[in-house]
Write a protein that binds this ligand. Structure first.
Ligand code: CO
Length: 464
């Protein structure tokens, strides 16, 4: 029997998000979309994540228009987006009406598969987007935010996979945004989930620590249905492994991938030019291509390592780097082992930094950490000790309900606020998720005298 494995190509979303801070304009994509559609991919991940913000903020582009113009050319592969559950594309909770409308309009404008995740794996934060996706006829893929800790055992993740299946997922993804899934654990995890849940299983990892190809191989052997790769031009380092290389290796081992190598070559020829342009412009930092095994040693995502180093650099405290790195897992344990995905990775990193630099642990605590302890991000995987809770928030209450239950409907207010410039529900949704950026984009589009120029902001690393 021939073994089969399918590929999701990520260059239009995660590949470019990981290596050029999501700065690829639609015009660099359109000439190659038809070829990508003919290459034999299961799906093209091309929307959501940081693409939306980058379109409005840096590219003066309407993200909805990008989706529609790509949709027009894609007939064979599915179009996939990444959605952060109740947070949509950002880091705060939205009311259910906004979540419902955003998911519905994403599917209406051309998305087939919505990959939905919650940073804390709190399934209450997934419910509304999952229901909206199914109601709109989309394929609902629920992702497990993979992480390592004494709490995050294979048994735990298998249990979570079952819970996700009951929630109505059409497929499941093991989402290893930090690149810490090892080949052995990957094999066991895929095998056990496939035995327990009768749904297609996709694996998503990053090449940061240098083991991703091995992890994909073992995942394929264990029966994974789909893996995520990026065309060679934007592969390796902080991004995914290269599509062509992984496909060649798996075919050598007897897997049928359905990919057409000459189409992949055409894609690489195109995206190499795009990559070279960003390299020359200094936007592709050579460091994103580095291999960083420290990610495995410290169980800290690569993006977080470089963020911490640059924060310490700014303050002239680089000698404290190792000390801060050692503090990160302690803070994480104190806070109930949250997966280190944006924004929790930044929050945990900042707290570790403050603990070391102030000379007293939790003497200084950022408001985001206080909100997290109060339950506004969802339920921490493991309960936080009463002692630490008291130290961080005193006698302030901790909520036990789903955070979004505390929010009143928000759409009418957003509609009213942006009615001067919004021409469609999509415009209102852009405003809802990125108010200032969308207002500036729509203002520039609608008003010849709107005088806020495009922002030029430093490149920041988003881990997803
Ligand atoms: Co990713």
């Amino acid at each position: 029997m021939t073994k089969q494995i399918q590929f999701t190509e990520t260059v239009l979303r995660d590949g470019q998000q990981s290596q050029i801070a999501t700065r690829m304009p639609t015009e660099a994509m359109l000439p190659i979309i038809k070829t990508m559609d003919e290459a034999g991919f299961h799906a093209l991940e091309m929307w959501g994540g940081a693409t939306f913000d980058a379109c409005l903020r840096f590219l003066n582009e309407d993200p909805w228009e990008r989706l529609r113009s790509i949709r027009k050319q894609v007939k064979n592969s599915k179009l996939q987006m990444l959605l952060r559950g109740q947070n949509l594309l950002g880091y705060k909770n939205y009311a259910d009406d906004v979540v419902w409308e955003f998911v519905t309009k994403s599917i209406e404008n051309g998305i087939d598969i919505v990959r939905i995740f919650d940073a804390l794996n709190d399934t209450r934060n997934l419910r509304t987007s999952v229901e909206a996706c199914k109601a709109a006829g989309g394929h609902c893929q629920i992702a497990i935010s993979y992480t390592t800790s004494t709490f995050h055992t294979v048994d735990y993740f298998v249990g979570l996979a079952k819970e996700i299946a009951e929630l109505g997922a059409d497929s499941i993804c093991i989402k290893d945004m930090a690149g810490v899934l090892t080949p052995g654990t990957g094999f066991e995890l895929v095998k056990r989930i496939k035995q327990s849940v009768d749904l297609p299983l996709e694996v998503h990892t990053h090449a940061t620590s240098g083991i991703a190809e091995m992890t994909y191989l073992k995942a394929a052997e264990a029966g994974a249905d789909i893996i995520d790769t990026t065309i060679s031009s934007f592969s390796g380092g902080t991004s995914q492994p290269a599509t062509e290389s992984v496909a060649l290796a798996l075919e050598d081992l007897g897997f049928e991938t359905g990919l057409k190598m000459h189409k992949l070559e055409e894609m690489a020829d195109h995206f190499n030019l795009v990559r070279n342009h960003f390299r020359e412009a200094g936007i592709l930092n050579p460091k994103v291509k580095d291999t960083e095994p420290k990610t495995l040693i410290y169980q800290v995502p690569g993006g977080m390592l470089s963020n911490l180093l640059s924060q310490l650099n700014e303050q002239g405290n680089t000698d404290k780097y190792e000390e801060v790195l050692a503090e990160v897992p302690k803070v994480r344990a104190d806070l109930g082992f949250p997966p280190l995905v944006t924004p929790l990775s930044q929050m945990v990193g900042t707290q570790a930094l403050m603990n070391v630099l102030s000379g007293e642990r939790y003497k200084l605590v950022p408001n985001e950490i206080k909100d997290y302890v109060k339950g506004f991000y969802g339920k921490p995987p493991v309960a936080i000790s009463e002692e630490l809770q008291k130290k961080i928030i005193g006698n302030e209450p901790v909520i036990t309900e789903r955070p979004a239950d505390l929010l009143a409907l928000q759409l009418p207010e957003f509609e009213a606020e942006i009615k001067e410039y919004a021409k469609s529900s999509e415009d209102v949704l852009s405003y809802a998720v990125f108010p200032q950026q969308a207002k500036d984009f729509l203002g520039r589009r609608e008003d010849p005298f709107y005088d806020v120029p495009l922002q030029i902001v430093d490149v920041k690393i988003d881990i997803s």
